[in-house]
Design a protein around this ligand. Structure first.
Ligand code: UDP
Length: 314
């Protein structure tokens, strides 16, 4: 049994990860400030004697002796991380330094949730780990993109200077059950709009692309990276690329309500194409996504239907 700290463990990816680690027999400490996380995500493990949830913001120092740290704390949806840009930056930088200090003190391995946003609005397709990216340092996404880039720099510095054992996962768009209803990201927004029969709102003309990874595949990738000797950065995501307009049509037809598709203005610096090259993960980790977009969306839509019924939304 390992002692594992998951920061942001009550969030979307974090809660799935905590459940997986508990099922593997580990002692799991979950730290979350609950800005975007929720206890409801953790319901199946809250009473486990091997699970401990602490309301804590990682920008404040706190000590804990652990073997592994998954540093997932940070709002990841553009709508959420832009609400308090300074706090987003502090979480990515000050929070990470606090976690690196713990890793150094106890000889723990620290896996950092980095992001495809380090590539910004990429000029190279698909994006390979050795591409340096195209990021606007003063745009609305910069609080997240640039602090996640500096976070990678910090990790490398702690590794080189202090010998901290690090892993860097560049996480691409991920979706699945337990995304919060007000997350603001495209999959959750479209599914909610489609099952309610509301207009599906596309930002821009919908020609921009993303590549969506189902949550179970992402959790496999993260665990695989943590237990490997590959430090990264390594791209984790699904390489099946789809335009936002095609995603809207797909979700609309799956919901069976025939919502109207409408367009609003495109947010500033919204990346026009995003698609991971996952050759490194495939060859070095033996990992690749297994769940198709159709299958993942079906499971996710089922979950959202249940939640909206429970919450009596309309
Ligand atoms: N998007 C959209 N409608 C929505 C939410 C997002 O058309 O309700 C678009 C958004 O402009 C972007 C893509 O969908 O081009 C993915 O957005 P998301 O916020 O999910 O994540 P991103 O990949 O931009 O971080």
């Amino acid at each position: 049994m390992e002692r594992v700290l998951v920061t942001g463990g009550a969030g979307f990816i974090g809660s799935h990860l905590c459940k997986r680690l508990i099922s593997e027999g580990h002692k799991v400490y979950c730290w979350d400030n609950m800005d975007t996380g929720s206890e409801r995500n953790l319901a199946p493990i809250l009473s486990s004697p091997h699970f401990e949830l602490i309301y804590h913001d990682i920008i404040e120092p706190r000590d804990i002796a652990v073997d592994r740290i998954y540093n997932l704390a940070c709002p990841a949806s553009p709508a959420q991380y832009q609400k308090d840009a300074i706090h987003t930056i502090k979480t990515s930088i000050v929070g990470l330094m606090n976690m690196l200090d713990i890793a150094e003190r106890y000889g723990a391995t620290l896996l950092q949730a980095s992001t495809s946003e380090v590539y910004g609005d990429p000029l190279v397709h698909p994006q390979c780990e050795n591409y340096w990216g195209n990021v606007n340092p003063i745009g609305p996404r910069a609080c997240y993109d640039e602090s996640k880039r500096l976070a990678e720099t910090l990790l490398i510095a702690y590794e080189k200077q202090l010998g901290v054992d690090i892993r860097i996962a560049r996480i691409f768009n991920t979706y699945g059950p337990h995304m919060s209803l007000d997350d603001g990201r495209v999959v959750s927004n479209f599914i909610i709009q489609a099952i309610m029969g509301d207009d599906i709102i596309i930002y821009g003309d919908g020609s921009q692309t993303r590549s969506f990874c189902y949550i179970d595949d992402m959790i496999d990738g993260l665990v695989c990276l943590m237990t490997s000797d590959l430090k990264g950065p390594v791209n984790l995501g699904n390489s099946a690329e789809i335009s936002i307009i095609d995603l809207a049509k797909k979700i609309n037809s799956m919901a069976g309500n025939q919502s109207k598709i409408v367009h609003r203005s495109l947010p500033i610096d919204d990346p026009s194409r995003r698609n991971p090259d996952i050759t490194l993960a495939k060859t070095k980790l033996g990992w690749e996504p297994k769940i198709s977009l159709d299958e993942g969306l079906r499971i996710t839509m089922e979950h959202f239907r249940k939640i909206s019924e429970q919450l009596c939304i309309r």
